[in-house]
Design a protein around this ligand. Structure first.
Ligand SMILES: [Zn+2]
Length: 403
């Protein structure tokens, strides 16, 4: 049933669109959202509904729960990433994966060799679902939706065992960072929650980046190059000088784990004017501030050298690390650890090198760490899921709701 569900969901093209101004960003996401509401109704969750912002909400009351029983929220997103199309996905099941090179598409010469994709070694013996190499799979995050739905189905068959109320939500536009922009906490009265949107289920995440962006604007002096001596200030040259003053090792391609970075995402320049755009990331707020300071410091050095204000730095904060909040109230992690323990499964935490909808929810008041789905190599044609891990995550969530 879990696999059937998943294959059904990935048959819908639900790609979001960061250039769209509508809510949700694409209408096609609503097609799947409507299917999810209907499925919940058929399962017996008659209060499931789709709101005007394209978010699905539903609630299951625990009948025998104690008075102080928490409401546990579960969330997954319906949209798929921008990098590659999620239309006409042709999933293929590989039974009992043998650890060898996977042929995704012989005609197009697309293979997955474990030496290039080492995480394949984590799923030897599992049943996998892969793509045909022409689209992404959509396991991010339809694996999460299928897991939640199957856990809900199991819970409803054992409703008397529920020890927590359950709040469900399926959100659009996570991939374009708008997943919880229009989230309604009145419809989702959770004590704490979990996004089901990660990778290997042996890992959960409650730490994400603190994030800011920098816009660096440089005003030069354009003069005819024939008569420019001692007069011209070439904005593009100054831009390169500015960049060279930043830490050359604090870049995405040279950092991992808890190391932060300043990532030059775009540049544009002529002689008169040049612009550099960066995203700035660090799990640690103090280090993030130091990185921000290094931008102002570089501007000062250049402005001092030229004796005028050529460089202007504007920095804007975006999202924040939810770890700061979760460390104050560990109930969501305590319960998760208990569930893994009861099932005798290993659990460790790894920091997310990005943001999550859970971080947004945490700062809106519902602490929301992230759980794995058994999905790998998301956002591209090499994406696959482990059916075994998905099944285990259904058990973990069922245990979480009934322990
Ligand atoms: Zn995702």
């Amino acid at each position: 049933m879990l696999t059937k569900r998943f294959l059904h969901y990935v048959s819908y093209d639900t790609q979001s669109d960061d250039t769209s101004l509508t809510i949700p960003s694409t209408k096609k996401q609503l097609e799947l959202s409507k299917v999810l509401v209907e499925e919940l109704h058929n399962l017996g969750v008659s209060n499931a509904f789709l709101d005007e912002y394209g978010v699905v909400y539903a609630r299951i009351e625990a009948l025998n729960a104690s008075e102080d029983a928490p409401t546990i929220g579960l969330n997954a997103h319906v949209d798929t990433a921008l990098e590659l199309s999620g239309a006409n996905v042709k999933p293929r099941i590989i039974k009992n994966y043998d650890g060898k090179t996977i042929t995704l598409n012989k005609e197009l010469d697309i293979y997955m060799d474990p030496s290039d994709f080492p995480e394949l070694n984590e799923v030897i013996g599992d049943d996998l679902i892969v793509t045909d190499g022409t689209t992404l799979l959509g396991g991010d995050d339809k694996a999460g939706i299928a897991i939640i739905m199957s856990a809900v189905e199991k819970v409803l068959q054992n409703k008397e065992k529920l020890t927590a109320h359950v709040a469900l939500s399926f959100t659009p536009d996570e991939e374009i960072g708008r997943g919880v922009e229009n989230f309604n906490l009145d419809h989702f009265k959770a004590t704490y929650a979990y996004t089901v949107d990660g990778g290997n289920i042996a890992y959960a995440n409650y730490e994400n980046f603190n994030a800011a962006s920098a816009n660096v604007c440089i005003h030069g002096k354009a003069i005819h190059p024939g008569t420019a001596k001692d007069k011209m200030i070439n904005a593009s040259t100054v831009a390169m000088e500015f960049h060279s003053l930043l830490d050359p090792n604090a870049v995405p391609e040279k950092t991992s784990n808890y190391e932060g970075f300043n990532h030059l995402t775009s540049m544009e320049g002529g002689v008169e004017q040049a612009t550099l755009n960066y995203i700035i990331r660090n799990h640690n707020e103090i280090y993030l501030q130091e990185q921000k300071d290094s931008f102002h410091h570089a501007a000062q050095i250049i402005n001092k050298k030229f004796g005028e204000r050529l460089v202007k730095v504007e920095i804007e904060d975006s999202y924040k690390n939810m770890a700061a909040l979760i460390k104050e109230d560990r109930r969501c992690l305590d319960r998760l650890e208990k569930a893994y323990e009861l099932l005798n499964l290993p659990l460790s935490y790894i920091p997310i090198r990005g943001g999550t909808d859970g971080a947004g929810l945490s700062y809106q008041g519902v602490l929301t760490p992230n759980l794995g789905t058994g999905g790998y190599y998301a956002h591209g044609k090499y994406e696959f899921v482990s059916i075994n891990q998905m099944q285990t995550m259904v058990e973990i969530i069922y245990t979480l709701l009934t322990l």
